[in-house]
Design a binder for this molecule. Sequence first.
Ligand code: TXE
Length: 481
Amino acid sequence: MKAIQNYINGELVAASSGGTIDNYDPSRGVVYSTIPDSAHEDIAKAVEAAEAAFEGWSNTPKEARGAIMIKIADIIESRLDAFALAESTDNGKPVKLAAEVDIPRAVSNLKFFATAIQHFAAESHYMEGIGFNYTLRKPIGVVGCISPWNLPLYLFTWKIAPALAAGNCVVAKPSEITPMTAYLLSEVCKEAGLPKGVLNIVHGLGPKVGDAITRHPKIKAISFTGGTATGQTIASIAAPMFKKLSLELGGKNPNIIFADCDFDKALSTTMRSSFANQGQICLCGSRIFIERPIYEKFKEAFVAKTAASKVSFPQDPEAKLGAVVSKSHMEKILSYIELAKEEGGTVLTGGERVMMDGEYKDGYYIRPTIIEGLTFDCRTNQEEIFGPVVTITPFDSEEEVLMMANSTQYGLAATVWTENLNKAHRMADKLDSGIVWINSWLVRDLRTPFGGMKNSGVGREGGFEALRFFTEPKNVFVKSN
Ligand code: TXE
């Protein structure tokens, strides 16, 4: 059984306590590796190493920093199959998805920020007849990155890449539920010659290791992606310490389908936006609003396609859905399906656990589920389920659908399907959402601001937004007269 280790000061080490936590393969429901059960003393060592590395790393020319990051990306790319298999085993997602989306995107994140920093410039402000200001944007120092289990290496690198490119040293914690690819990354960092202490990866539980990162006085900025409740806890500790915070939290995204849409494109993309990664993407459109004239037609086609979607073990090339991430998460999703029934919903397809055979018999599989007949303001339609469960609701006017779409505490992403240009822009303007996709879903340009409004988060990631987050601006005024 593989014993994952922490990566501190350039070395692979066990937790100071020597303790370990079991790591499950959700497709089989069995323990297949262990991770260090780290605590605040491990974070203290990581921060010490990061602090010691900071002067060297922040003074390394950005071209050289970028070159090491690209080397790391190239090594990951050369091992794409091994990384994809590891991601899939840890998370339960189809290997095909990990090979086509997760790992290539992790490579892109590293390459994107390795080069973005070469183009990053600070502002200057001229004052006529008086002088001018120039703004220095310098790295912050030691920063913390905490990431979730749904897109493990993809979201881990989305944070550490801009932090490192900007010249910071990082103490990072992947989710304890999906630690494997972060561990493989630490091996790659050693191989690529990343100087010791520049990146430190400490494994363990959120309330222990994540909490220690949040509380450490020398960690001056924290970038977090995860549940809204965890984000609240982190903010309550970090804000009074005046730490810089970037919080990418939950979503309950509307997918709005007008009668004048391109029906086939709307249908096939809705299959993905509903059930990709078993519905465990914060950008999934879990509330589907369909304009009444096409409601029955869309419903029939969507239910038929969903019922035919193959749920299978991750290595099955035909699998459209693999396992959900853990037993407790499976139970949470199933409990929401029961809640939907209590709230008066009708399950049109799915609604149950899938029991597999042989070595996968104890895996955590759920049939993709469509529910109708719920009010827009019931709990099922307001709370984040984060699984392969969507609701469908008819609507009659733009005003009505906007009211329902904007009714949740969240405001992360929205999708609009219409061939009417004016309507598309009008909807985009009025949706309370950090991201709007028109006639598409999950098309990402890494330069664009990424993040949510309302309780979906604080701040934006992506492009120069991320580089601004990971730098401290200092304005200098020079009198010229
Ligand atoms: O996330 P957590 P969980 C949502 C989704 C899911 C729910 C809970 O609805 O069902 O959140 O998932 C670390 N201090 N999303 O419990 O706990 C934790 O170790 C510091 C949405 O897995 O938020 C992990 O590394 N850190 C989402 C990270 O926070 C703490 C993705 C995220 O875990 C901590 C995942 C603490 N006190 C879940 N407690 C998205 N928006 O993408 C935990 N952590």
